[in-house]
Design a protein around this ligand. Structure first.
Ligand SMILES: *[C@@H]1O[C@H](CO)[C@@H](O)[C@H](O)[C@H]1NC(C)=O
Ligand SMILES: *[C@@H]1O[C@H](CO)[C@@H](O)[C@H](O)[C@H]1NC(C)=O
Length: 181
């Protein structure tokens, strides 16, 4: 039989540590939701002595797979205002991409955009999506954010600006549309 004191203690604890409640958006300082458009260029450098994306894992079959299935890379790619590598850095794309399709070239992208400039300096957006090598424009969901991007949701459109077939280095134009407060 469960001692009465134990029942009393767990009941009291449940009351005192209730872990959820409803709050008003204004209590978090949230006002009107707005839609923002961010435009920048993503530099994925895989060659040379200072790559910004490196292969961290692969499967035994990756080398014989037509799509490089199983290859996983970690990136810390600069984001610039213009397509030029020397153009002003506005943030970085930090995360992972992996070859996730055995039929066609398509990547699973999981990354955070960390912004260093302007209004969104110190705020971040999280992207999770499928990046198909066959589409000129790839659309990937923005699943959340932090700082000024709390409660963010939206999408990113990626359009390859330049791709070096020899080195594998790429510059990709990003247009990001997000709802946030
Ligand atoms: C795949 O090929 C690369 C380059 O030839 C080699 O360095 C690597 O060890 C190979 N990986 C596997 C798992 O066989
Ligand atoms: C956003 O990311 C940067 C870089 O990692 C970090 O310093 C900053 O604290 C993050 N901002 C928020 C609001 O979490």
């Amino acid at each position: 039989m469960i001692p009465l004191t134990l029942i009393f203690v767990s009941f009291a604890a449940a009351k005192a540590t209730g872990f959820s409640r409803t709050v008003s958006p204004s209590s978090l300082g949230l006002r009107k939701e707005k839609l923002s458009h961010l435009h920048f260029y993503f530099h994925d450098i895989v060659s040379g002595r200072n790559p910004t994306a490196v292969r961290v894992a692969e499967a035994a079959m990756t080398n014989t797979s037509a799509t490089g299935f199983g290859a996983v890379s970690m990136m810390d790619d600069p984001l610039t205002e213009g397509p030029d590598a020397g153009s002003k850095i506005v943030g970085r794309a930090q995360g992972i991409y992996g070859s996730a399709d055995q039929e066609e070239v398509a990547l699973l992208m999981v990354l955070n955009f960390a912004f260093f400039e302007g209004k969104y300096k110190g705020s971040n957006l999280s992207l999770l999506g499928r990046n198909s090598g066959y589409n000129k424009i790839r659309e990937m969901p923005i699943v959340g954010g932090s700082g000024l991007f709390r409660f963010a949701r939206g999408y990113a459109k990626a359009n390859t600006h330049t791709f070096d077939l020899v080195t594998g280095d790429a510059v990709v134009e990003y247009n990001v549309y997000v709802f946030h407060y």
